[in-house]
Design a protein around this ligand. Sequence first.
Ligand code: HSE
Length: 307
Amino acid sequence: MEEIRVFCPATIANISCGFDVLGVALDAVGDEMVVRKTHEKGIRITKLEGQDLPLETKKNVAGVAGLAFLEKADYNGGFEIEIYKKIKAGSGIGSSAASSTGAVWAMNYLLGNPFSKTDLVKFAMEGEKLASGVAHADNVAPALFGAFTLVRSYTPLDIIPIKNPSELFATVIHPQIEIKTADSRKILKTNISLENGIKQWGNVGGLIAGLFTEDYDLIGRSLEDHIIEPIRSILIPGFDDVKKEALSAGAMGCGISGSGPSIFAFSKGKQTADIVADAIKKTYQNIGIDFDIHVSKINSEGIKIIK
Ligand code: HSE
């Protein structure tokens, strides 16, 4: 096969308690990419629609991730990439991760899958480094593995795939303002109190246990963030109101998606997720900032080939 078209899912990173270690892939939102083998060596971005982003290979996250892949691949040719962005940059639902992972996943596929998914996470992290200054893996891992993932360790990289409870749905509201991940990382404190640490790792453990045992109450109780949300939520207009409305509409939990400004809520069943969407839509209409809203099931396979 010389060329493929792939769907690259949007992702929610952190999931409240798991800053830089937890993430989940969505099904209803994502980019599309076409990746083609070429005789000419190197990576060329030949088309980029939907967003104003650089075409230059070394300035584009897909290009940089692709170069990291090529450096390790036993392959004499190169690749052309077309990117059709549906996820806005700076939205907090893994725009850069979708492009970085789509590129390396498709290249790997076209070469007969010489690399493992964990290898691909490493290559895609180079794209994240270009986008935010930090090679975090909590968006790229779920995009590549599907469902939920835990980055148990960065050195060495150890990704733990976590299956998704079948009735779990996400509602995501994306206010049309841009928050750069690099900026929203700069405002974080680098030290945490032992008291907050204890609460946070209790919740991480609870969330993982809840996901594996499909215990929706436990998942809901564990969606708390004592460290990052109190600081970052200040950047998101109406965050507290949205959270209050989502929870009273029946969501199990609600928090900042990645570095924001998107806000996510988890619900049991699509019906509740739709009710939550209506409730937070109303709240946001009163704020007067434009927004997109998505209700999505969890994407359990990650990147996939499309016709
Ligand atoms: N863990 C990263 C952060 C995710 O919160 O900065 C960015 O999408």
